[in-house]
Design a protein around this ligand. Structure first.
Ligand code: AP5
Length: 216
């Protein structure tokens, strides 16, 4: 099964994709994570995208589609969760081509419906373990023991440079202008399912599971 998780910054795409990967063996394909890896490696692509990401703007369709294309074959068996891709009409059409070239198809586009004002709080409170990458939130998902990662025990944490209020607002504007308009493309094919992204993490998970289980 191949699904897209669609929603603005902070809607919970990464949280739910990581859970689906752990529980169902699907593969999370996050263009945001791929771009952050490229930045950290100091590769030519990484240097090119750094300023764009820090400004909260979208990286070129060609770069992100190339990154997804490279990883898609690794997500063959139990399927892929597209997290943060596609974000433009050109990316949506490129994804259709990548899948059809491999004899695969899209099963669902799950839209996380959220209230944008609440998202600034979610994003500015987010941090992750510097060692294993597990994600947390100051209020909504703190570590069990203060200052210690639940998963690997590390005491070092990081915050994303684009998680400040000004950049978050720019990212949201990009979502409204370029990403939300691709929904009708999928609606016309009957692929869109909506879940209430303002519920708790567990409740959102249950709503997504209900969609996926209905077809298994
Ligand atoms: P990317 O990394 O994809 O960021 P994003 O879309 O802005 O999404 P986020 O990671 O901020 O949020 P999320 O929805 O995953 O929420 P999360 O689960 O973490 O992209 C970053 C940048 O890379 C872009 O700005 C762009 O420059 C570039 N880029 C990436 N893909 C691109 C593409 N395809 N084309 C062009 N450019 C691209 O949750 C947020 C917080 O809330 C967490 O702390 C979490 O614990 C908490 N939380 C989650 N769910 C809930 C809940 N239900 N209740 C309470 N708290 C919750």
């Amino acid at each position: 099964m191949n699904i897209i998780l669609l929603g603005p910054p902070g809607a919970g795409k990464g949280t739910q994709a990581a859970r689906l990967q752990a529980q169902r063996g699907m593969i999370q394909l996050s263009t945001g994570d791929m771009l952050r890896e490229a930045r950290a490696s100091g590769s030519p692509i990484g240097d090119k995208v750094k300023a764009i990401m820090d400004a909260g703007e979208l990286v070129s369709d060609e770069i992100v589609t190339a990154l997804i294309g490279e990883r898609l074959d690794s997500a063959q068996a139990k399927g892929a969760i597209f997290d943060g891709y596609p974000r433009t009409q050109a990316q949506a059409e490129a994804l259709d081509l990548l899948l059809s070239e491999r004899g695969r198809k899209l099963d669902y586009v799950i839209e996380l419906v959220v209230d944008e004002d609440a998202l600034v709080d979610r994003i500015t409170g987010r941090f992750s373990c510097a060692k294993c990458g597990t994600g947390y939130h100051d209020r909504f998902k703190p570590t069990k023991v203060a200052g210690v990662c639940d998963v690997c025990g590390s005491t070092e944490f990081v915050r994303r440079p684009d998680d400040n209020e000004q950049t978050v607002r720019r990212r949201m504007a990009e979502y409204r202008a370029k990403t939300a308009p691709i929904l009708p493309y999928y609606e016309s094919r009957g692929l869109v399912r909506r879940v209430d992204g303002m519920e708790s993490v567990d409740e959102v998970a249950a709503q997504i599971d209900a969609v996926l289980d209905a077809t298994e």
